[in-house]
Design a protein around this ligand. Structure first.
Ligand code: C2E
Ligand code: CA
Ligand code: CA
Length: 257
């Protein structure tokens, strides 16, 4: 059996053995921490840490993602209950989750069960989620918004042009992928694109989050251009739930250039 097949087999067991867990990465707005993004991790007994880009596609293909997604949402909201009330939690939604018939019910049930306010939850969806045409995506997004949940359009610009979606749905945030942030300073094209996306989002009444901010220079550039939220190793790497509480305690607002 090759590694891929082994991972496939073991992923089912991982759920039972509770090998999946979440890390949280800070998202900075102005001088404060606006919230955290929940990122899934798998600690495999033999392979060690398996990155989500490896196991999430397997989970998607094998129909495990709705179950994993519900567990992740529940865990993220439970952990975030311990954080200051102004801090939000951003949770990623995979295409398979988005397509599951009971998505909105299962999300509102989870929020009720945990006692977590919908207003503190942000769901991150990618352009590929919206390309699935089998259901009325905009209806689902509108129901989520009616519940009070905010929606972020993730990885903007990396897949297909979704200008029709940003025209037709009031996303709360557009997230610019790290692909455009990593060479922002050296590559004029990246700078032009990022500048354009900030202007586009603001023109449409949406806020912008830049992902993958690794240097002070990038942070400074983005702040000068009016980027609302910043996320990346420069501010903090993804960390375990208990580390979040101490990170909040030692957060140095002067870190923001
Ligand atoms: P994403 O949603 O675009 O998440 C951002 C990724 O960038 C994360 O990788 C994060 O660790 C990484 N990152 C953050 N700051 C920096 C930085 O400054 N530099 C660099 N080079 N990277 C940075 P990660 O955790 O490996 O996750 C990869 C992808 O896996 C995510 O991309 C998301 O699409 C997916 N994913 C992770 N957790 C979940 C989940 O709970 N559900 C779903 N459906 N997908 C998830
Ligand atoms: Ca994300
Ligand atoms: Ca991304």
């Amino acid at each position: 059996m090759d590694d891929h097949q082994t991972l496939r087999r073991d992923l089912r067991l991982a759920l039972k053995r509770k090998e999946l867990f979440l890390e949280y990465q800070p998202i900075v707005a102005g001088r404060s921490i606006a919230g955290y993004e929940a990122l899934l991790r798998w600690r495999h007994p033999v392979f060690g840490l398996v990155p989500p880009v490896t196991f999430i596609p397997i989970a998607e293909a094998d129909g495990l993602m709705p179950e994993i997604g519900v567990l992740a949402l529940r865990q993220a909201c439970t952990d975030a209950l311990n954080w200051p009330q102004h801090q939000s939690i951003a949770v990623n939604l995979s295409p398979a989750q988005f397509l599951s018939a009971d998505l909105t019910d299962s999300i509102s049930q989870t929020l009720d069960a945990v006692g977590f306010p919908a207003e503190r939850l942000i769901l991150e969806i990618t352009e590929s989620v919206l390309l699935e045409r089998t259901i009325n995506n905009l209806d689902i997004l509108n129901i989520l918004k009616l519940l009070g949940i905010r929606i972020a359009l993730d990885d903007f610009g990396t897949e297909y042009s979704s200008l029709a979606y940003v025209k037709n749905f009031p996303f709360d945030y557009i997230k610019i992928d790290k692909y455009f942030i990593s060479d922002l300073i050296e590559n004029e094209n990246s700078g032009t694109i990022v500048d354009f996306v900030i202007g586009l989002a603001h023109g449409l009444g949406m806020a912008v989050t830049a992902e993958g901010v690794e240097t002070e220079q990038q942070a400074r550039w983005l702040i000068e251009k009016g980027c609302d939220h910043l996320q990346g190793y420069f501010f903090g790497r993804p960390m375990g739930a208990t580390a979040v509480e101490s990170f909040n305690g030692i957060w140095d607002k002067n870190r923001v250039p």
